[in-house]
Write a protein that binds this ligand. Structure first.
Ligand SMILES: NC(=O)C1=CN([C@@H]2O[C@H](COP(=O)(O)OP(=O)(O)OC[C@H]3O[C@@H](n4cnc5c(N)ncnc54)[C@H](O)[C@@H]3O)[C@@H](O)[C@H]2O)C=CC1
Ligand SMILES: C[N+](C)(C)CC(=O)CC(=O)[O-]
Length: 318
């Protein structure tokens, strides 16, 4: 097995929002990337996504030899993975599709090579059932866009070998990611559980006419979101206790936990709520296209990464 430090060739299977983002990330890190996606116009869309991300990646600094020319879009899945030293699967979030695809990838990928799924929430135990060699299958859950957001959550399934989990975690680190390795298959992993709780409350507020889509977004971007880019929710709240830290925070505000602030059960995503959320987003976009918003988000994330010293720390550790 190639060591994580010596990997040169990465295969990305499924090249939509996330697979394309992974392709951009690995190219910027100087890897040779093969990609396969069954959609008829997938190659064109993928190159467009990579071209859109490249200015942001260039401004961050490309690895030596990094080039969009090192991308090969293949005709078949087998061509994509046949020579790969690591495989990242980013196909649609459908259990049967992913199960079958991971079995096909396992059959076509050289023995011992680790295969990671970008799944947002399926436990690997449920995904690895059809594979001949489930021991090399792991979850490598990224955040959008994978070429800018550092976090990857890594976890295996019941039939994954611990060495595959450790290999994947190390590989992602070498490839410039910030890794959380989980010992247990917690449903939704860590970050998606937290995001989902917020998202459910937001949908309830829209469904009940308590806040507009725009208000909900501003409540985070002008409020807690600014702190969360620097410090997580735990330490942020510890500071709410002043010199007394979290202990005083809990003494002071603990009783509010019993106030009926949250609903947490997912609301019914009926047509009315669906339409209200989609229309609210159109209104909030205020004429900006998805491409405009992607460019704006990318600039903003880079500014936050720079402003909080995280780029310098990464450069120092290289
Ligand atoms: N969109 C997001 O924000 C995030 C998504 N993810 C996960 O990443 C994965 C991909 O999601 P997205 O990129 O958002 O979806 P997407 O719909 O943008 O892309 C999926 C791609 O898979 C291709 N595809 C369809 N059938 C396939 C097959 N049998 N084999 C290979 N490729 C196939 C499609 O042509 C499409 O290009 C999912 O597991 C999702 O849960 C993870 C983190 C964030
Ligand atoms: C919406 N989502 C559940 C697919 C989001 C993720 O899985 C991670 C992210 O990018 O926020």
């Amino acid at each position: 097995m190639t060591s994580p430090e010596n990997v040169r060739r990465v295969a990305c299977v499924g090249a939509g929002v996330i697979g394309g983002g992974w392709v951009a990330h690995f190219l910027a890190r100087g890897y040779d990337v093969t990609a396969w996606d069954p959609a008829p116009d997938a190659g064109r869309k993928l190159r467009r996504l990579v071209d859109a991300a490249w200015p942001a990646l260039t401004s961050l600094g490309l690895a030596e030899g990094a080039s969009t020319g090192r991308l090969t879009v293949t005709e078949t899945l087998e061509q994509a993975v046949g020579d790969a030293e690591f495989v990242q699967e980013s196909a649609p979030e459908k259990l049967d599709l992913k199960r079958d695809l991971l079995a096909r990838l396992d059959a076509a990928t050289p023995p011992g090579v680790v295969i990671a799924s970008s799944t947002s929430g399926y436990p690997m135990t449920d995904l690895q059932t059809a594979a001949e060699d489930p021991s090399r299958l792991v979850v490598g859950h990224p955040f959008n866009p994978p070429y800018l957001i550092p976090l990857v959550e890594v976890v295996g399934g019941e039939r994954t070998d611990a060495t595959a989990v450790a290999w994947a975690s190390r590989f992602y680190e070498v490839a410039g990611k910030s890794v959380i390795t989980m010992d247990d298959e917690v449903p939704g992993f860590i970050a998606n559980r937290l995001q989902e709780a917020l998202w459910r409350e937001a949908l309830h507020m829209v469904a009940n006419g308590e806040a507009t889509v725009r208000d909900i977004d501003r409540s985070i971007t002008e409020g807690p979101g600014l702190r969360w880019a620097v410090m997580g929710p735990m330490l942020t709240f510890a500071l709410a206790g002043g010199e007394g830290g979290m202990a005083h925070m809990l003494d002071h505000f603990g009783p509010s936990l019993k106030s009926p602030w949250t609903r947490l059960e997912a609301p019914e995503l009926d047509k009315q709520l669906y339409d209200a959320v989609v229309a609210g987003c159109d209104e909030a976009a205020d004429g900006r296209s998805i491409a405009d918003l992607v460019a704006e988000r990318d600039r903003g994330v880079i500014d936050v990464l720079r402003a909080t010293g995280r780029l310098d720390r990464e450069e120092d550790s290289r």
